[in-house]
Each structure stands twice: as structure tokens, then as C-alpha cells.
Design a protein around this ligand. Structure first.
Ligand SMILES: Cc1cc2nc3c(=O)[nH]c(=O)nc-3n(C[C@H](O)[C@H](O)[C@H](O)COP(=O)(O)O)c2cc1C
Length: 249
């Protein structure tokens, strides 16, 4: 495998959920955001809200970044150019999520290259109204993900990933996916690290009617299956949240 400093940083990634009390100076924060901005973009339709109120931030992180898809800003530019958006909101939102995601991941890589730890938080997708209120976001600004950031106070192991042959397919999609060995790689890896046992966390075990799970056999594939098999079945709830943000799907 090829190797250099960038590859080393990328392969050493692990989410950090415990931080020291040390703050992150303004120059470092601005460097990280500028590295984020340098990501490729379709439209630059994003904004980043910063909170350094450690006591209020998740995991008491010294830095919390809330990444938003921001159609408001660009539509103000369009007004100056005497244009009105006709592009449909689903396409715009999908482009916005791409722009914002590449930007966010550049920030994570920049932060980790500077020795900081990070963790994404997905709650804005179903609690966008709460974050919109807290940050006084205008309509057409949609918070999609948060990143906590700070000096690591834990050293978790690097988490498993699917085998490459379950991810990289050449020329055509395989007829026979090797599902069993992909599941085994993920579940054995998480169980060996006692990931859920150490976190003391299992999703809604009481709602699950099939075989019982203990921390000895509750792995990543069961955990993620429960998320997709139990949560957010009502598309109208998500559409309603977006509607309140001025996005009509
Ligand atoms: C969109 C997104 C949302 C996430 N939401 C959460 C979250 O709400 N809470 C959390 O502790 N980790 C969250 N994570 C972090 C993932 O759990 C983590 O990246 C994944 O388990 C792989 O572990 P690693 O980052 O240590 O390699 C999220 C990651 C992404 C990309």
C-alpha cells in the first residue's frame, strides 16, 4: 500500500468523544475552516456556525461546528444579479449536502492533521428546528451535521471498515456479493474492540422480536440494522422539518 503523511492521517482517523479542557485558538479554527472551504464545490451553498461554549457543547468539546446547507446567501447574490431560483429544492438540497459534506470532511482531516480529535453528530437532520432557533438561522438555511472538535482525552482504536472487495467494484456491479465476510469483518472487529459493551449501549432491545442479543454478540451490522429498521419511517416528518426551513420537497 502507498503511504505518505496525508494517507497516514486519513488511516488513523477515529471519532473522539472525550476532550481535554484545553481550548482551540482562533488561528487554528480559521485555518481548519479555510481548509474546508478549499474543498471542491458545486455552488458553495454552505455556512458553518461556530460555538466555543464548551459547557453547552456535546462531549464538552471546546469547538462545535454546525454545518448548514445555505441557499439563503446565494439567493441574495442572485437577487443582486436579478435572478430567481427555479431549480427544484430536492436537487438543490442534494447539491448542498454534497458541497457541505466535502467541506466538512476537509475540516475533519485538517483538524486531525493538527493533532485534534473530532466527532460528527447527525442530530441536525431530525432536530433542525432546534438548531435553527438556537443560531437564528434564516429560512433556506438547513443545519445538516455537527462536528465536535478539541484535544483528545481518549485514544480509541481505529474502527473496522468493510473489506475492499465489498466497496470497490470494477466495470460492473458483482452478481454475488460476499455479504457474509463483509458482515464478519465488521462484527468481529467491533466485538473484538468491545465497542458497544464499553459504551454500554444497544438500540431499543425491547422492541426487537428476533433472537436476543447480549454485548457478546451485538455487533455493528445488528446496530445499524436496528437504526434503519426502527427509526424515521415517516417521510412526511422529514419533509415537514425541511418545510419549516423553507425547503419544499
Ligand atoms: C453523518 C454522521 C453522523 C454521525 N452521528 C453521530 C452521532 O450522533 N453520535 C456519535 O457519537 N457519532 C456519530 N457519528 C460518528 C460515527 O459513529 C463514526 O464515524 C463511525 O462509527 C465510525 O467510527 P470512526 O469515526 O471512529 O471511524 C456520525 C458520523 C457521521 C458521518
Amino acid at each position: 500500500m502507498k503511504n505518505n503523511q496525508v494517507i497516514k492521517t486519513l488511516l488513523a482517523h477515529r471519532s473522539i468523544r472525550k476532550y481535554t479542557d484545553e481550548g482551540v485558538d482562533r488561528e487554528t479554527i480559521e485555518t481548519i475552516v479555510m481548509a474546508g472551504q478549499q474543498a471542491a464545490f458545486a455552488y458553495q451553498i454552505y455556512s458553518v456556525m461556530l460555538s466555543t461554549r464548551k459547557d453547552k457543547n456535546p462531549f464538552k468539546a471546546p469547538v462545535l461546528l454546525t454545518i448548514c446547507v445555505d441557499l439563503y446567501k446565494f439567493e441574495r447574490i442572485m437577487e443582486k444579479r436579478r435572478w430567481k431560483t427555479i431549480q427544484n429544492d430536492l436537487t438543490l438540497l442534494m447539491f448542498g449536502m454534497e458541497d457541505a459534506s466535502y467541506m466538512a470532511q476537509n475540516m475533519v482531516i485538517a483538524a486531525e492533521s493538527l493533532g485534534l480529535g473530532t466527532c460528527y453528530l447527525g442530530s441536525p437532520l431530525w432536530a433542525m428546528d432546534k438548531f435553527a432557533k438556537a443560531y437564528k438561522l434564516p429560512k433556506r438555511v438547513v443545519p445538516i451535521v455537527q462536528i465536535t472538535m478539541g484535544h483528545p482525552a481518549e485514544e480509541p482504536p481505529v474502527r473496522p471498515r468493510y473489506p475492499l472487495n465489498f466497496t470497490l467494484f470494477e466495470d460492473e456491479y458483482p452478481k454475488d456479493l460476499d455479504i457474509e465476510s463483509a458482515m464478519k469483518a465488521m462484527d468481529d472487529g467491533y466485538l473484538a474492540q468491545e465497542y458497544y459493551k464499553k459504551a454500554g449501549f444497544m438500540i431499543d432491545p425491547t422492541q426487537v422480536k428476533k433472537e436476543d442479543h447480549t454485548f457478546e454478540n451485538y455487533g455493528w451490522t445488528e446496530h445499524i440494522s436496528r437504526k434503519l429498521g426502527l427509526w424515521m419511517d415517516d417521510i412526511d416528518e422529514q419533509k415537514e422539518l425541511l418545510k419549516e426551513r423553507g425547503i419544499n420537497i
